[in-house]
Ligand binder design. Structure first.
Ligand code: FAD
Length: 525
């Protein structure tokens, strides 16, 4: 197909000669084979430049091309072409919400997974499940499931503008994870295109090693093209509650007590965050606690001797068959032993869809004030419960006492909900905390604020290491093999062996900078 081939080469030249683009170093290798791709699926040059960026906004890595596969066969073709070339790599791009270039491929092929089909489908396999294309956003899964079937998955991230394949390649953590496990623990089957160009269906009982490798596998073992996600009846309404604590000890004690209760006595959702004890900070201060606009945060309720940082426990209870009165009673019963500051309680009854979509409203605000487009030096860490009190003293109360310009989540999870056969690395202890420092930088703050934030992140990681905490970075980004080996610990050998088995010449997800692309195997004589 000569015309499309020319179109492709022009796109590539334009990209390389763009003033703001670095030359891609895979150019020749790309041209040697790229003609074999169905470049009818190739995107326009402007979109190719988009694939060089992500939500983090801190790295810019141009690919040779961006393809929009609509079928698994398109994905197979792209991987096979890369495999025959000497240097091409392939990165699946979900919604590009990584913050360190993880979905990029320098001089390689980026697959924009958003157009992948076929459409979602309800399947009955013991229970009810949805077969979902990996490029679907979780908000699309929610909308489709609730509207068409009154059903929904059980485990969610806070923000739903992420793809199914993207969160399953990392973990997918939210307030339901203490009870149902993270999203990677709520999958019945995957279809995956491995680095040898094979399309494989896997599950806990079929090709189970590949199934568990791909879950939290940072895209290293295959491009996930379809996931089967179990569904349950969706509740209509949710009681959404926030209560404030003045001390970390009571906050963490109560949060751990709540996440270790039997299911019949548990909330449906438990999260929480640290915030700055300051009225004047609209992002990190008292104003971040209210649920509904117009709720009043009464400062008289905060003791004068309070620390610079306070804590907010966030809970939710599904109405199910209970109705509002039943939920009142149940919530009261479940909350009376908690040690929050009486008088600092915020609650609202909202629809299930509105509750799960709550961060979408913050996205609208951030887009309006420009902070969605500025760099996001985010840091997510999983810290063992045995170290979290010291972490609080060192990090929240000292390093971050003025906040991070966005949410500082800190809430407990249970290791027993994470299958150790999956690739995700988590701390050793049964209870560990997700600490998410979701930094937003106002447009006027500029490079100095970015540098300060990056330096703070480095200081926090350095501190976790020097104090010998049991911790893991969640959604990690390391450059050296030694760092990756340390990250995976005793599972590093398994990770390397799985790479050898499923992507032996390291074509996939090069933006994770774990393995270097190798030469293709010599053709048989
Ligand atoms: P991308 O960033 O596009 O890709 C991430 C990695 O996965 C890349 O290496 C990519 O190559 C690989 N990948 C993508 N799709 C596939 C596929 N189909 N097959 C194989 N590999 C693939 N995380 C949580 O756990 N909980 C949260 O509550 C949460 N909230 C967030 C809120 C915001 C506003 C943002 C920006 C991120 C949040 N995250 C959260 C982090 C999120 O899980 C990661 O950004 C993740 O990368 C998913 O984003 P994505 O779908 O855009 O994937």
């Amino acid at each position: 197909m000569p015309t499309t081939m020319i179109a492709y080469v022009e796109q590539q030249r334009r990209l390389v000669s763009d003033g703001d683009a670095e030359p891609s170093d895979g150019g020749d290798a790309g041209q040697e084979n790229i003609g074999a791709l169905d470049v009818a699926a190739a995107a326009a040059a402007g979109d190719i430049a988009l694939a060089a960026r992500d939500f983090g906004g801190m790295v810019f890595i141009p690919p040779a091309t961006l393809l929009r596969p609509s079928t698994t066969d398109d994905v197979v073709r792209a991987v096979c072409v890369a495999r025959r070339s000497s240097r091409l790599t392939v990165a699946a791009r979900g919604n590009g919400h990584s913050v360190g270039g993880q979905a990029m491929a320098r001089g390689g092929v980026v697959l924009d997974m958003r157009d992948l089909g076929p459409p979602m489908e309800l399947v009955r396999c013991g229970g009810v499940a949805a077969d979902v294309p990996a490029g679907a956003l979780w908000e699309e899964v929610l909308e489709w499931g609730v509207r068409n079937h009154g059903m929904a998955p059980t485990s969610w991230t806070d923000y739903l503008g992420l793809t199914v394949g993207g969160t399953l390649s990392n973990g997918g953590i939210g307030g339901q994870a203490f009870r149902h496990g993270p999203q990677v623990a709520n999958v019945a089957e995957l279809e995956v295109v491995t680095g040898d160009g094979e399309r494989r269906v896997c599950s806990p009982s079929l090709c189970s090693d590949l199934f568990f490798a791909a879950l939290g596998g940072l895209g290293q073992f295959g491009v996930i093209t379809r996931a089967r996600i179990p569904l349950v009846p969706a509740p209509k309404m949710v009681r959404w509650i926030r209560v404030v604590y003045k001390g970390f000890e009571e906050y963490a004690g109560d949060a751990e007590w709540l996440v270790t209760r039997a299911d019949s006595e548990a909330f449906d959702y438990v999260e929480g965050f640290a915030f700055v004890n300051d009225v004047s900070d609209p992002v990190n201060g008292w104003g971040s606690v209210a649920i509904l606009p117009g709720s009043v945060f009464d400062p008289a309720k905060i003791p004068a001797e309070s620390e610079p940082v306070l804590y907010c426990l966030e809970l939710a209870l599904h109405h199910n068959h209970r109705g509002a009165a039943g939920v009142d009673e149940r919530a009261k019963e479940m909350m009376w032993p908690l040690r929050y500051m009486r008088g600092l309680v915020f609650a609202a009854d909202v629809s299930y869809v509105d509750f799960l979509s709550r961060v979408g409203r913050s996205e609208e605000e951030a887009r309006a004030n420009g902070t969605w487009a500025t760099p996001h030096p985010w840091l997510n860490i999983l810290v063992s419960s045995s170290d979290i009190a010291d972490f609080d003293r060192t990090v929240f109360k000292r390093i971050l006492r003025r906040g991070v310009g966005g949410p500082m989540l800190v809430y407990p999870l249970l290791r027993s909900k994470w299958d150790p056969r999956m690739s995700v690395a988590v701390p050793e202890s049964e209870v560990f905390y997700l600490v998410a420092l979701l930094r937003f930088i106002a447009p006027r703050e500029g490079d100095a604020a970015l540098e300060e934030a990056v330096a703070q992140n480095r200081e926090i990681i350095g501190c976790c290491r020097s104090k010998g905490y049991d911790f893991k970075v969640y959604i990690p980004r390391y450059e050296s093999e030694a760092d990756w080996a340390r990250h995976f610990g005793r599972d590093w050998a398994r990770f390397v062996e799985r790479k050898r088995r499923y992507d032996p010449i390291a074509i996939l997800a090069p933006g994770q900078t774990i393995f270097a692309r190798a030469e293709p195997p010599a053709a048989a004589p």
